[in-house]
Design a protein. Structure first.
Length: 179
């Protein structure tokens, strides 16, 4: 069995794919909610709230709460797959490696918030499709499901987690059998 290489510095292509898929998912989800419920001002409100929630949980809460407990925070000249370890060093003080697995503990843990930010627009677009059918809403729903599956089966399993230095401590990698 061949040993998998561990990245201390992910290649730019991996970081681009990870963040590109994340940002595309969030923006498409927000636009889908806005457009799907555009017959009411609530569509604009919920679309904007979703966008705020998704970006804040990923690009503010994660560097403040998860990244300081990650091995990439401590490694010199390192760059994790999201690139947020570098932002975290500027935003938060170093945490405890033993607390890294807490990212998956509790109902409002980061893993649950992250999954909610990916699944919420999919769930929201199903009734929108019935109430306000359009080819855009159908396409957005299909694209969001595709992006979620791409993240789970390609990004996590082949680009991100497989090469991660934190995979042995990470509850996500353990749940996928990547350790």
């Amino acid at each position: 069995m061949q040993k998998t290489k561990t990245y201390s510095k992910y290649p730019f292509s991996s970081i681009f794919i990870y963040n590109g898929a994340t940002v595309a998912h969030f923006i498409l989800g927000g636009l889908g909610i806005i457009y799907g419920y555009s017959f009411s001002w609530l569509g604009y409100l919920f679309g904007a709230l979703y966008l705020a929630f998704a970006f804040v949980q990923m690009y503010i809460i994660m560097p403040l709460k998860v990244c300081p407990n990650c091995v990439y925070y401590r490694m010199n000249n390192s760059l994790c797959v999201s690139g947020l370890n570098r932002a975290s060093r500027k935003m938060a003080k170093e945490g405890d490696l033993k607390q890294f697995s807490n990212r998956s503990k509790g109902p409002f843990c980061h893993n649950n918030l992250y999954m909610a930010s990916l699944i919420a627009p999919i769930v929201a677009l199903i009734p929108a499709l019935v109430l306000n059918f359009s080819p855009f809403i159908l396409s957005a729903l299909i694209a969001l499901v595709g992006l979620l599956l791409f993240r789970m089966f390609i990004i996590f399993r082949r680009i991100s987690c497989l090469y991660c230095a934190a995979r042995r401590q990470c509850p996500n990698a353990k749940s996928m059998g990547i350790t």
